[in-house]
Design a protein. Structure first.
Length: 480
């Protein structure tokens, strides 16, 4: 499937023409990382990699795209001809999709010509930022629900058709059991789920008649929406009458609450179901839920069996965007990498220079201790099992810690070489399983909603010295 290379910021094309005209198309290294955790949380979930790889390997300008670019009267004929055969032919390293990630560490590293690296910037950031945001939000909700059954119900409130599809995929990675989005179910193999709308009930003369008709159609998957008129005075009683008929046939059913005081109503509904001998009947709830509401309901013991979450899951709720950025970190002169660094009046926006790897340090119990940034290929500087190492704060100041390394895992792995995907991509189920397993290897203090513990992201001594050297050279240039 073709993927239009017009999906890029306009300045990427104007800069690309500048590189082309100046003959300045040397190879370079860019990294994608993010600056701060969304939702004031302690972790994020890396998502969107498979989508990116598939689109990136088909990223090109169609004949219609070329006609459009000509019509802008900005680009020279020679550059237009250059774009006709444009394809990404570089290399890309990335963490495994579903990995728990932290600020300042490269999630993706790209090596290629300046032009191709520049043109693909928007594609990388758009896909990874959105899916990582939604996967992280969903994970927070799923953990708040004590890893209970979580259904993604957000299609009608998502940011357009593509937003709905991408959100369904990312939500599944983050912990959702299924989606209401039927097309997403087809594309990704995600289980599709749903109950009924109030309109179904209102189209009948009574709730009992509506539930009866639904149970006749779907005896093995009946979930009755009981708040159309009055949850406790009519809805639950109609559901019990129809539910008893199903139970007599060996079938189970559920009820859904979509309004009101969920804690009070779910408690009363559970009591009435139990008194009717329907202890196996389950309760699902919706109604603008998020991780904070769900955490409170769980702590208060609300007897909820599954959760339907829409708007505040697929839109990111009160956080509009993931803070991912894409920066040049090295120019390649032959086989030599010349590190470069962005300086800012805001020190937290200073970048880490050079071609880097990220190592995750595990303790003897297999729990994560810290993530370490260092120069890739530097065998002397990388963390090694059995060594006592000194790791420094990314700001390259005096803050540091010593650690006796039990084991270290390199997180950035090659995914594309010469513009082609290097290995078979994992299934979405495998990505979801990796996210879950990875989460379990972090202490609960990093995952709590309120005031989470800050996970260490540090740099090696060699990277620190490189950074300090570039800072000093920059100061000298300013003085001159």
């Amino acid at each position: 499937m073709e993927s239009s290379a017009l999906f890029t910021d306009f300045y990427s094309l104007t800069m690309a023409q500048g590189y082309w005209k100046r003959g300045q198309n040397d190879r370079a290294v860019f990294e994608m990382f993010f600056r701060e955790q969304p939702f004031n949380g302690g972790y994020a979930i890396f998502a969107g990699l498979e989508t990116l790889l598939e689109k990136l390997t088909n990223f090109s300008f169609s004949d219609d795209d070329i006609v459009y670019l000509k019509s802008l009267n900005v680009f020279e004929e020679g550059f237009i001809n250059f774009l006709k055969s444009f394809r990404f032919k570089g290399a890309l390293w990335a963490m495994d999709e579903g990995t728990v990630v932290f600020p300042q560490e490269p999630l993706i590293r790209v090596e290629g010509t300046l032009i191709e690296c520049q043109i693909i910037e928007g594609l990388i950031l758009n896909i990874i930022n959105f899916q990582s945001l939604i996967a992280t939000k969903t994970c927070r909700i799923w953990l708040a629900a004590k890893k209970g059954k979580l259904m993604e119900f957000g299609m009608r409130r998502a940011q357009g058709p593509d937003g709905a599809i991408s959100a369904a995929r990312a939500a599944f990675i983050g912990g959702a059991s299924g989606t209401s989005n039927t097309l997403a179910g087809k594309i990704f193999g995600i289980p599709v789920m749903g109950t009924m709308a109030h309109s179904w009930i209102m189209s009948f003369n009574s709730e009992e008649e509506a539930f009866d008709a639904y149970a006749a159609l779907y005896p093995d998957r009946s979930i009755f929406l009981i708040d159309t008129y009055d949850t406790l005075k009519s809805g639950i009683h109609s559901a019990i009458k129809v539910g008893k008929k199903l139970a007599a046939k060996g079938k189970n059913f559920g009820v859904r609450l979509d309004s009101g005081d969920i804690q009070y109503l779910s408690t009363e509904v559970r009591r009435l179901l139990n008194e009717a001998g329907l202890r196996d009947a389950f309760i699902t709830v919706s109604n603008d839920l998020d991780e904070n509401i769900i955490e409170m309901l769980v702590k208060e013991g609300a007897p909820v069996d599954s959760w339907g979450v829409g708007t505040r899951m697929v839109t990111g709720g009160n956080v509009a965007a993931f803070t991912g950025v894409y920066k040049l970190t090295a120019r390649l002169e032959g086989n030599t990498a010349v590190p470069v660094m962005k300086f800012s009046d805001n020190p937290e926006k200073n970048t880490n220079p050079g071609v880097k790897q990220v190592w995750r340090i595990w303790d003897q119990n297999g729990e994560a201790v810290a993530d370490i940034l260092g120069i890739d290929g530097d065998d002397d500087g990388k963390p090694q099992a059995g060594q006592r190492c000194c790791f420094w704060h990314p700001s390259a100041d005096y803050r540091h810690f010593f650690y006796n390394v039990d084991s270290a895992e390199a997180l950035l792995k090659k995914r594309i070489e010469g513009g082609a995907i290097t290995s078979e991509l994992p299934s979405l189920d495998a990505i979801k399983a990796h996210a879950n397993a990875n989460l379990d290897r972090f202490d609960s203090t990093y995952k709590r909603l309120l005031n989470p513990h800050i996970y260490k992201v540090s740099i090696t001594e060699k990277l620190r010295l490189l950074k300090l050297d570039l800072i000093e050279k920059n100061l000298i240039q300013k003085q001159n």
